[in-house]
Design a protein around this ligand. Structure first.
Ligand SMILES: Nc1ncnc2c1ncn2[C@@H]1O[C@H](COP(=O)(O)OP(=O)(O)OP(=O)(O)O)[C@@H](O)[C@H]1O
Length: 878
């Protein structure tokens, strides 16, 4: 349903002091074929035969055609201010001449809207017109001749007191008032007291809620219970409104005022007196500030500013109306607070009434025409009123749900002739049960839940409950009791099931604990496969003949694995940095143990380190090696214990080892163990295991790196450690770990500065030796060196190579001779000798090779001098 904005035009009488009415503005009524002018007109009524126009001036639209300004139409006829013989006619159904009373206007156009608001719709009534045209008079009115606002309130309370709309329902209304003014495009709450005449009330923001309704945030709302209450609130608030004297109006409104009456109607059920519905209607009563011609108003600068704001907002109002009429895609509501607040009344969901106030004075003729043009356009705006009503009745209690005969439940929909088969799969024989356990044909119930309940409770249970009911109960009470009983039964059975499940879980947990405690107990290969690390399971699956000892060993490994899981739990909650640090700590610990010969512990620690750095491929490989190592050691020991000749290749253990290794590398037969002629049993076992280990490791390496990967690529520094340990085991030698790699120096400003100082010192030292480069390097050399030695581009590896090279030649990469000789002996793993420099010293050595190039202007570096801005740094700390 749509509703057009209704227009009512009212011509005010000529005021004392105004020039005589020239009869230029006439109110015509078709019914009595007459046109009247403002009161006290000095001119006779407009000549009915005067020339008339089919428009209302160049900017008009929508005015009707007709001949003459006769009373053949209802509306306003205005003489062209430039040519009095031309008449513009504006047809409106509601037109009031100067003699019209406040009561007439109220009864004809406003009173009907009270019922609209009462029914839960927003109604907006606004007075529009040039300054001094009588807007405030129409809306507010003097105390002895109240206008629309007081009359609306009075009618509202009268309606409220006699609010009985039907025989069944009684209505109770609550009225609350809010009152704002929009002054210079800022919103102020007129209900909020101000400390003094100056505008100290806070400006209120205009917002939009999720539903798109515009509202003034933080606006006060005063409930009023009677007309007297309202008068008290309204008079106080109105006194706060910005009013100023202009030449045209002694009490000119300097702001737009919007009074809102919020009407909340509660509809009661007469039987129970309970609230059935709530409707919330609103009446917005808007007294706009009048458009002003500053030539006529004689405004001072402050009034001019007000006037500009007023005219601007009215102009936006006009643009909004125009956009609505032309069906524009964008309506410029947001261009002014006024239009934003009146958005609902203009093309929104409210019912609107625009009262056009007209002045008969000739000086306002053009403004009058503008006002009428605006009115004609506005009347084409269509709103879509919406009723704001909600049903607040509580949902019907379960006992009042449709009753079904339990003994003869309704057929499912699909079974009815012509009914659409249900799309929900339904097991045969199962009947849907409502949430309270009653068969609910109409009530929706999720199938799974309802059906499971049905299977739990069954119709028999309900029947039993029904039988238990004492006599004399009503049907509803019986239903309610059954519902409660069934609910309780469902709850009890669910609880029982839950307890049962809990017991099962506990049983399972205790049996798994038992299994862990007794490592010798028989375990199914499946459980092994599930619990052991993935790298271990394939090997075990293929060797089901492993003896008890090995089983015990595996159990121990499992425990370690579980401990690893705990570590994994801890690793989960650590930050990446902490994880890395913890992983490094484990590696360091492993190194320490390996140094002491505790290879087993070392390898275990390497494995734990893996928990914290799971993506570290090197550590994963080390874990596989460890498993093989353990396996072969055990095999080797048992072989040595059982054989008189340690190298016996035909021994059972050795053949097992051979088989195990061949699993990993079927194409790589184990080499014969290199056993010396005379060797002790333990040493022999070690050698046997070592040889098997070496074969298995190489086989594994082939498996994991089919294309062949170098040792360093296999494990880097830590991989090397593993190989070294293996080597030590194989050769029965002490294991010497490699020294830690020096950390990379960070390129911090401080270090760069420090490096500069060091370079300065280095230059001095080198000069002192008589072999270094001169402290003042020429530009060409500096450039060529900078191209070669941009420290940012020199990798660590390159530095290692340089070190070796320079240790051989005694010169650095640039041909400089060093005062101190680098002592890297070039051993096969790059391990330094006992008297070698510490990593820190090595790092320092590297620093000394950094070349700092100063700017072209400075040949010599001044030790201790602060770095200058224009220095060009082409080399930096490695
Ligand atoms: N219908 C009327 N009957 C008698 N007097 C009227 C009527 N309409 C307006 N007046 C008088 O005209 C003067 C100006 O009216 P009013 O202040 O209501 O104009 P306005 O449009 O509100 O002006 P502004 O926009 O400057 O506030 C007032 O003195 C008012 O009493």
């Amino acid at each position: 349903m749509s509703s057009k904005v209704k227009i009512a035009a009212r011509l005010r009488p000529r005021l004392p002091g105004e020039p005589p009415d020239d009869g230029g503005v006439r109110v015509c009524h078709a019914e009595n074929s007459s046109c009247s002018t403002g009161a006290n007109s000095s001119l006779p009524p407009h000549d009915a035969n005067a020339n008339s126009s089919t428009g209302a001036g160049p900017n008009t639209s929508g005015s009707s055609t007709g001949s003459g300004a006769s009373g053949s139409f209802t509306g306003i006829a205005v003489a062209n201010p430039r040519d009095a013989s031309q008449i513009f006619r504006f047809p409106f159904t509601s037109c009031y001449d100067a003699d019209a009373t406040q009561e007439e206007i109220f009864n004809a156009d406003v009173r009907p809207l009270i019922d609209v608001a009462w029914s839960g719709v927003t109604v907006t009534i606004f007075a529009y017109g040039v300054t001094s045209s009588g807007k405030t008079h129409t809306m507010q009115g003097p105390p002895d001749d109240p206008g629309v606002i007081p009359r609306v309130v009075e009618a509202l309370f009268a309606k409220s007191s006699s609010s009985s709309t039907s025989a069944n329902e009684t209505e109770k209304a609550e009225v609350a008032v809010s009152y704002i003014e929009i002054y210079k495009d800022d919103v102020y709450d007129l209900l909020v007291a101000r400390e003094n005449a100056s505008r100290l009330a806070p400006k209120l923001p205009v917002r939009e809620n999720e539903a798109g309704a515009v509202f003034v945030a933080g606006l006060a709302s005063a409930p009023v219970a009677s007309v007297r209450d309202f008068q008290g609130v309204y008079n106080t608030a109105t006194a706060r409104r910005s009013v100023g004297a202009t030449l045209l109006n002694r009490a000119s409104s300097r702001s737009h005022a919007v009074l809102t009456l919020n009407i909340k109607v509660r509809v009661l059920d007469p039987a129970t007196n309970a609230i059935v519905k709530v409707r919330e209607g609103k009446i917005n009563l808007v007294d706009l500030a009048g458009s002003e011609n500053n030539k006529l108003t004689g405004n001072d600068p402050s009034r001019m500013a007000e006037s500009a704001a007023i005219n601007k907002s009215l102009s936006v109002l006009g643009q909004v109306v125009h956009a609505l009429n032309t069906g524009a895609s964008r309506i410029p509501y947001r261009n002014a607070k006024l239009t934003r607040i009146l958005q609902d009344a203009l093309g929104g969901s409210s019912v609107g009434l625009l009262i056009c106030n007209l002045s008969p004075a000739a000086k306002f003729r053009q403004d009058t025409l503008n006002t009428l043009n605006f009115a004609v356009r506005t009347k084409n705006i269509e709103n879509k009123p919406a009723v704001n009503e909600r049903d607040v009745r509580p949902p019907p209690p379960p006992a009042l749900a449709p009753k079904i005969d339990l003994a003869h439940p309704p057929k499912p929909l699909a079974a009815r002739p012509g009914a659409r088969p249900s799309l929900v799969p339904r097991p045969t024989g199962a009947m849907r049960v409502s949430s309270v356990g009653l068969p609910g044909a109409g009530a929706y119930q999720p199938p799974s839940r309802g059906e499971s309940r049905m299977s739990m409770i069954g119709v028999g249970h309900i029947e039993k409950e029904k039988e238990k009911m004492p006599p004399g109960l009503s049907e509803a009470e019986i239903d309610a009791r059954i519902a409660r009983a069934v609910e309780a039964e469902v709850a009890r059975r669910l609880e029982e099931k839950e307890r049962e499940r809990e017991r099962e879980r506990e049983k399972e947990a205790s049996s798994s604990r038992q299994r862990t405690k007794s490592p010798n107990s028989k375990r199914s290969p499946k459980s092994k496969g599930r619990e052991l690390p993935p790298g271990l399971s394939p090997l075990l699956k293929r060797h089901k003949d492993l003896d008890d000892e090995l089983q015990a060993r595996l159990a121990e490994l499992e425990r370690k694995f579980e401990r690893g899981n705990r570590d994994a739990g801890l690793a989960d909650v650590l930050s990446p940095v902490s994880k890395k640090k913890t992983g490094r700590a484990y590696v360091a610990l492993a190194r320490a143990h390996s140094e002491q010969g505790n290879l087993q512990i070392a390898l275990d620690l390497y494995r734990r380190a893996e928990t914290y750095v799971p993506d570290n491929v090197k550590l994963k490989e080390r874990w596989i090696l460890f498993i093989v190592h353990v396996f072969l050691c055990r095999v080797g020991e048992s072989a040595s214990a059982s054989a008189s000749v340690p190298s016996a290749p035909s021994s059972r253990a050795a053949s097992r080892a051979s088989r195990a290794a061949s699993v990993s590398a079927p194409s790589a037969p184990l080499p014969p163990a290199p056993v010396p002629a005379r060797v002790s049993a333990p040493a022999a076992s070690k050698l046997v295991s070592a040889s098997r280990l070496a074969a298995a490791v190489s086989a594994l390496r082939r498996v994991s790196h089919p294309r062949g990967v170098s040792t360093s690529a296999l494990g880097g520094a830590h991989g090397k450690a593993i190989i070294e340990i293996e080597w030590a085991v194989k050769n029965d030698k002490a294991f010497k770990p490699s020294p830690k790699r020096p950390k990379k120096a960070k390129k911090t400003k401080a270090k760069i500065k420090e490096a500069e100082v060091e370079v300065g010192e280095m230059d001095v030292d080198v000069d002192g030796a008589g072999q270094g480069a001169p402290s003042g390097m020429n530009d060409r050399r500096a450039r060529s060196e900078s191209a070669d030695v941009d420290a940012g581009q020199v990798s660590d590896d390159q530095m290692e190579v340089d070190e070796v090279e320079s240790s051989l030649t005694g010169r650095d990469a640039f041909g400089h001779a060093f005062g101190t000789e680098l002592t890297n002996t070039g051993s096969k793993r790059g391990v330094t000798d006992a008297g070698m420099e510490t990593p820190a010293k090595r790092a320092k050595g590297k620093k000394q090779r950094v070349v700092m190039i100063e700017s072209d202007e400075e040949d010599a570096y001044e030790p201790g001098a602060a770095p200058r801005k224009n220095r060009r740094r082409v080399g930096t700390v490695a």
